[in-house]
Design a protein around this ligand. Structure first.
Ligand SMILES: Nc1ncnc2c1ncn2[C@@H]1O[C@H](COP(=O)(O)OP(=O)(O)OP(=O)(O)O)[C@@H](O)[C@H]1O
Ligand SMILES: [Mg+2]
Length: 326
């Protein structure tokens, strides 16, 4: 163990290599990565706080993996800089490796080792590790413990790659599309696991192109396209910044003419489509109140009444003019 002596006049040196609770675990500044003519990552800056789950959401080719790999110290940026756990990724990648967990989008697993053997092997790369049994249980791989990794299903392989990312009990975990290829049940249980990491004070950077995953799991999201982060914030921020209105929907009632609907309190737009009316309004309560009065006067009641807010999908469409998944 080395002893650090502060020189007279110099600031005291933090023995935990620079991480203070108040310091972001990731500070990316203007990161750039080029592949020939292509600018895969084009000036990306963001911060992730300790205990936060931050999601990079974007379509195929947006630059998510490239960004994450630069932060993991696996790919050298052509521009910009990044501090991860207070360490400069370009110069201190070796120290960093012990403290982060990395799940690669296309993990090469040793085909002729069993699940348990691969976990043990990965554990041997680190000074500190979690017991294989614990990880096998956490990722629900008990039944496949003695299976060769080549015989795993896509979803099981994915779960194993997450287990491997946790093997050194890291402070910060990078997950690149962790739930791709999983069935809905496995996906939900992985969401629970990721949320439990946050409860233990860990931080997570994940990439995804699943809207629901980003909405359910992430404290904040960066929406990426063509190498740039277009917008960043909580789901609520991202949606409410663009869409003030919600829509009140119900099965169309022929006796209510469009003018009558448009004149209901709060209504700014009426869309009638496929037997459903959508009333866009910033004041849902007033609109529904007015609607119920109007229908009652007709001796009717709106059927299948729902309130819908805009989704991240709507935000993405509005930002880029394209659907997230074409
Ligand atoms: N090693 C490489 N050499 C050349 N081009 C690359 C390389 N890696 C990535 N690219 C290109 O950089 C762009 C960004 O790729 P990246 O893998 O970061 O996207 P992504 O957002 O992770 O996409 P996906 O959702 O498909 O995983 C793409 O156009 C991709 O083809
Ligand atoms: Mg990717």
């Amino acid at each position: 163990m080395s002893t650090v002596t502060a020189r007279p006049g110099s600031a005291a040196v933090d023995p935990r290599a620079g991480t203070r609770p108040s310091q972001p675990v990731i500070q990316a500044r203007d990161l750039v990565k080029r592949y020939g003519e292509l600018v895969a990552v084009d000036g990306v800056s963001f911060e992730v706080e300790q205990g936060e789950i931050f999601g990079l959401l974007g379509p195929n080719g947006a630059g998510k993996t490239t960004t994450v790999e630069m932060l993991e110290g696996l790919r050298k940026p052509d521009g910009g800089s990044a501090l991860v756990l207070g360490l400069d990724v370009a110069r201190q990648a070796d120290v960093l490796k012990e403290r982060i967990g990395v799940q690669l989008q296309t993990a090469a697993l040793y085909p002729l080792l069993t699940v348990e053997e691969v976990i043990d092997l990965f554990a041997s790369f680190y000074r500190r590790s979690r017991p294989a049994r614990e990880l096998i249980e956490a990722l629900d791989l008990g039944e496949r413990r003695l299976a060769f990794t080549r015989d795993l299903s896509g979803g099981q392989r994915q779960r194993l790659s997450v287990a491997l990312a946790l093997v050194n009990d890291p402070e910060l975990i990078f997950l690149d599309e962790p739930t791709t290829g999983m069935d809905p049940q496995a996906r939900r249980s992985l969401w629970d696991l990721i949320a439990s990491l946050r409860e233990r004070g860990k931080s997570v950077l994940l990439t995804t192109h699943y809207m629901e995953e980003a909405e359910q799991l992430c404290d904040r999201i960066g929406i990426m396209d063509h190498g740039k982060v277009l917008e960043m914030g909580t789901v609520e921020d991202l949606i409410s910044k663009r869409f003030r209105e919600r829509s009140v929907r119900f099965d169309d009632i022929g006796e209510l003419p469009e003018e009558r609907l448009a004149a209901l309190p709060g209504v700014v737009r009426v869309v009638r489509e496929d037997g459903v009316v959508a009333l866009y309004t910033p004041d849902v309560a007033a609109t529904i109140g007015g609607l119920l009065q109007a229908t009652e006067a007709l001796g009717r009641e709106p059927a299948n009444l729902v309130i819908r807010r805009a989704t991240l999908e709507d935000v993405f469409l509005d930002l880029t003019g394209r659907a997230l998944r074409d």
